[in-house]
Design a protein around this ligand. Structure first.
Ligand code: ATP
Ligand code: MG
Length: 584
């Protein structure tokens, strides 16, 4: 059901229940103290018209009408002050709650997002996700800081005013309140029409955001291909879509208040004319007539806020649904329960593994291979042959369709995911540089590493020299994506990070593709020192990188066509020997 998305989400954020009760009470009292002065208008007219026979005279016994007016004035002041106090209280409490919920929802959504399978991100753009994390949660906060209060006050309004009206004159009440069902029906009708329109607005906003985010990331390509004008035109199209969607929603929204106003007019005229008639006929006292006309305004007018409320509600609901969409996304890849021994030897077995990506791209068909513990192996093969995919399967970024992969003879699907991934140090093809210093980047994931250990790892990755040439050495700040570093420098930071992690299994996927031959040779020398303690997997196009591996697997279209060490493969005059001869 529609309402549930918001309620579910608020529950999910588990705000302080006591605060909700307190805020609701403040809203209720504020509204009550807001209504009372209107009644005091009736009482003051009563004082003026009836003087010694007024209600005040009858109840308190003060006969002087001037003194009676002072009393009315004093009471009004007291109520007014209380109204203000409660307004302040509900205002800060609801807003505080909205902030609390927004923050909790954001953290939980981000946490969920982070734990989702890589596959989830394949058909989502960064912009769309960013939009949900930022704008949707912001909309939710907007609604929560005002919506509940408005709704509560509207209800209090109906109950208290309804009671007063019926108490004073049931017939008059009936006619004055007659428009209310129509107002509610109108609101209901508009709410439904607006729901779809707002969904379209949000969708357009998400598209726009993702369009812009993506373009900003590719700014250097845009400049070098001088496609600025083309991109501006494309943005114009997206922006126009957003504008149109908003205009459509606004047009419908703008019809609402005038429609409701017409309905309210009927109620007001009823109070004015019918109430006046009753007053003329002496059915209701003149002072009540005056109070009633004021009260009718007071009573019916808040119904126009139904639009703002339904408006905000619709937006918030659409946002809540999108947020829940993330929160309720099931993960295909579930952690196993078996722990992985701290002393992992790092023997890896791939047994009859078949795998295809979700888009139908078939990569492996019954792939089998063995990587002995503490050996260095390499994968070579043409681009797109599936080298990186093996690594993704080993890390369980994706699960194989059939067959199994084992680490130390344990099926990785049975292992605790954290244990498995901690056992693997990956230098992936796309280097991720975090904001912070050079040292922070190397220690990313090994946060407790000492400065000595960091320097040691950097030296092994041949990064120490270039780091020392930076203005602040290890404390030099690097920006988002490491824009201020060269490709080879980024790669070496990433290698140092993996070395520092000291995982039993080390994987270098095209880790040295961007560094010069000399530096690469030096890195290989350093890796020799690690060799006895780690199972090392190297993926490279440049065959000099893999030459020293114990086993080289030659991959072609997801199949292993050859596997042996360098010398033997050369002697075989097969695919590897052919590759070697073309490179050297
Ligand atoms: N996320 C994905 N969704 C769908 N298909 C993919 C995905 N990632 C890779 N592929 C496809 O799977 C095949 C194997 O890709 P993989 O990245 O394993 O190749 P690779 O051997 O590492 O190539 P390279 O040497 O260029 O890095 C390719 O045809 C690629 O297009
Ligand atoms: Mg690859």
């Amino acid at each position: 059901m529609a309402t549930n998305a918001l309620v579910t989400l608020v529950r999910y954020a588990s705000p302080h229940k006591g605060k909700i009760v307190f805020a609701s009470l403040c809203s209720i009292f504020n509204k009550i103290y807001d209504i009372v002065p209107e009644i005091l208008i009736g009482i003051s007219i009563d004082v003026i018209v009836n003087q010694q026979h007024s209600i005040i005279a009858k109840t308190i016994g003060i006969l002087d009408p001037f003194k009676q007016l002072y009393i009315v004035g004093a009471v009004t002041a007291v109520f007014w002050i209380f109204e203000s106090i409660f307004e302040y209280l509900y205002s800060i409490t609801w807003r505080g709650l909205a902030q609390e919920i927004q923050s909790n929802v954001r953290i939980k959504t981000y946490a969920t997002l982070q734990s989702l399978d890589l596959q989830y991100f394949e058909n989502k753009t960064t912009g769309t996700l960013l939009n949900t994390l930022q704008d949707d949660i912001h909309q939710l906060e907007q609604f929560l800081s005002q919506g509940p209060n408005e709704i509560i006050q509207l209800i209090v309004n109906i109950v208290v005013m309804g009671y007063i009206f019926f108490y004073l004159s049931p017939t008059l009440a009936f006619f004055t309140l007659l428009p209310i069902p129509f107002v509610i029906m109108i609101a209901y009708y508009f709410q439904h029409r607006l729901a779809d329109l707002y969904e379209a607005v949000r969708q357009a906003a998400a598209n726009l955001a993702s369009h812009i985010t993506y373009r900003l990331q590719g700014i250097s390509t845009i400049k070098s291909y001088t496609t600025e004008f083309y991109e501006i035109e494309r943005l114009r199209v997206e922006s126009a879509r957003y504008q149109e969607a908003n205009c459509r929603a606004n047009r419908v929204n703008a019809q609402y208040i005038p429609t409701v106003r017409m309905a309210i007019m009927v109620g007001f005229i009823m109070a004015l004319v019918l109430g006046g008639t009753y007053a003329l006929q002496g059915i209701i006292p003149i002072n009540w007539y005056a109070a009633l006309v004021f009260l009718t305004q007071r009573f019916l007018w808040p119904f126009t806020t139904l639009t703002t409320i339904t408006d905000m509600y619709e937006r918030a609901l659409a946002c809540a649904k999108r947020i829940l969409g993330i929160l309720h996304t099931p993960n295909e890849i579930r952690s196993g329960s078996e722990p992985l021994d701290a002393k992992v030897t790092g023997a890896i077995g791939v047994h009859n593994v078949s795998f295809a990506y979700a888009n139908g791209m078939h990569v492996f068909n019954n792939l089998s291979l063995e990587i002995p513990a503490k050996k260095t192996v390499a994968f070579v093969g043409s681009t797109g042959s599936g080298k990186s995919t093996i690594i993704k399967l080993l890390l369980r970024f994706y699960d194989s369709i059939s067959g199994s992969i084992t680490v130390d003879n344990k099926d990785i699907k049975d292992l605790q995911l954290n244990d498995l991934r901690s056992a693997i140090g990956l230098v992936s093809q796309d280097v991720y540089i975090v904001e912070g210093t050079i040292a922070d980047n190397i220690a990313y994931g090994t946060f407790d590493a000492s400065r000595d250990a960091i320097v040691q790892a950097a030296k092994m990755a041949q990064a120490h020299n270039f780091i020392m040439q930076l203005p602040n050495g290890y404390d030099t700040r690097v920006e988002e994506h490491g824009k201020t570093l060269s490709g080879g420098q980024r790669q070496r930071l990433s290698i140092a990070r993996a070395i520092l992690k000291k995982s039993p299994i080390l994987i270098f996927d095209e880790a040295t593709s961007a560094v010069d031959n000399e530096t690469e040779a030096a890195i290989q020398q350093s890796l020799l020192a690690l060799k006895p303690y780690h199972t090392i997997i190297i993926i490279a196009h440049r065959l000099s990188t893999v030459r020293n591996a114990d086993i080289i697997f030659v991959l072609d279209k997801g199949e292993i066509v050859e596997s042996d060490n360098h010398e033997n493969l050369i002697k075989r005059h097969g695919a590897y020997a052919h590759l070697w001869s073309t490179q050297f």
